[in-house]
Design a protein around this ligand. Structure first.
Ligand SMILES: [Fe+2]
Length: 279
C-alpha cells in the first residue's frame, strides 16, 4: 500500500538515479538538471491540484508518485539521442515504463496502483488520453497532464524571456552563436519568423496540434498556448491565468493577424471557462 514512507523512498531513488547520469555525462548535466527539476516540481504541482480536489492521502501520494516519475524516461532518451523530440528518438513515456520496470521501483505497490501509474505516464505524452475501463486511470491521467503543462509553462516562459533578453540576439559575436539558446528545449526547431498555417488552423478549429506538424519555434509556442484548451481542472486554469504564462509567450511571438486571432480566442476561452463552474 502506498504510504509517505514509500514516497520518501521514491524521492531518494529518483535523486540517486539522476545523480548517476550527471556523474556519467557531465557535459549533458544542464538539461539533465532541468528535467530532474521539472519532475520534482510536477510532483509538487500535482499535489496542489489534488488538494484543490480534496483527494484523500493515498490518492494524493499516488498522484505525487506519477508526477515525480512521469519524465523519468527523459534521462535515457537524452544521453542516448541528445534530444527531447520523441519523433527523432523514442517515446519518452514508454522509456519511463522501461526504467521503472528494469529497476523494479514500484514493486511495493499493488497491481492496480502500478497499472494506474504506468498508464497515466503513457497518457501524459499522448496527444489525447486513451480510453480505459478503470476510471482512476483516466482521472490520474488528467491530473498529470494538467500538472505537467503548468510546470512546462513555468519552465519555458522563464526560458523564452531570458532568451529574448540575451545580448546574443543583438551581437552574436560577443556571446557566441548559441547565445542564450537551448536547442534541446526548443526541440531543435529553427527560431525563424514563420508560423505554419496548419498549426494556426488547428488552433482556430480547436483541434489538437500534433508535434509532428511543428516546423518553427513559433509553431511550438503556439502549441504550448493551445494547451489551455486541454486543461481538466479549475485549479489549473486559474493558476495559468494568475501566473500570466500565456501573455508571456504571446509577448515573444511576432506581431501578426494570425497571432492576434489566436490571442482573441484564448482570451474568450478564459472568460467563458472561468465563469462556468467545474471541478
Ligand atoms: Fe513528459
Amino acid at each position: 500500500m502506498i504510504s509517505k514512507k514509500i514516497v520518501v523512498k521514491y524521492n531518494f531513488w529518483f535523486n540517486n538515479y539522476v545523480e548517476q547520469f550527471i556523474q556519467q555525462y557531465p557535459g549533458l548535466s544542464e538539461n539533465i538538471e532541468i528535467k530532474a527539476d521539472h519532475c520534482r516540481k510536477v510532483g509538487e504541482e500535482i499535489v496542489g491540484i489534488a488538494q484543490s480536489l480534496k483527494l484523500n492521502e493515498r490518492d494524493t501520494l499516488l498522484a505525487k508518485t506519477i508526477g515525480l516519475f512521469h519524465d523519468v524516461g527523459r534521462f535515457k532518451q537524452y544521453v542516448k539521442y541528445q534530444t527531447f523530440s520523441d519523433s527523432k528518438s523514442q517515446n519518452h513515456g514508454e522509456l519511463a515504463l522501461e526504467v521503472l520496470k528494469e529497476n523494479t521501483v514500484l514493486n511495493d505497490l499493488s497491481g492496480e496502483n502500478q497499472d494506474i501509474i504506468f498508464k497515466s505516464i503513457l497518457n501524459h505524452s499522448r496527444a489525447e488520453i486513451e480510453l480505459d475501463k478503470n476510471d482512476k486511470v483516466i482521472f490520474f491521467s488528467k491530473l498529470i497532464r494538467d500538472a505537467d503543462k503548468l510546470d512546462i509553462w513555468r519552465l519555458i516562459t522563464e526560458y523564452y524571456m531570458v532568451k529574448e533578453q540575451k545580448p546574443a540576439r543583438l551581437s552574436a559575436d560577443k556571446a557566441g552563436p548559441a547565445g542564450g539558446e537551448n536547442k534541446t528545449l526548443q526541440l531543435e526547431l529553427p527560431d525563424s519568423d514563420e508560423i505554419s498555417g496548419q498549426v494556426v488552423n488547428a488552433i482556430v478549429n480547436k483541434k489538437v496540434v500534433l508535434k509532428e506538424n511543428l516546423k518553427t519555434l513559433n509553431d511550438f509556442k503556439l502549441l504550448q498556448i493551445a494547451w489551455v484548451f486541454d486543461l481538466n481542472f479549475n485549479y489549473s486554469i486559474k493558476k495559468l491565468y494568475n501566473k500570466k504564462y500565456l501573455d508571456k509567450i504571446f509577448e515573444t511571438l511576432p506581431i501578426s493577424t494570425e497571432v492576434d486571432q489566436i490571442r482573441e480566442i484564448v482570451n474568450k476561452y478564459f472568460i467563458t471557462t472561468m465563469s462556468t463552474k467545474r471541478e
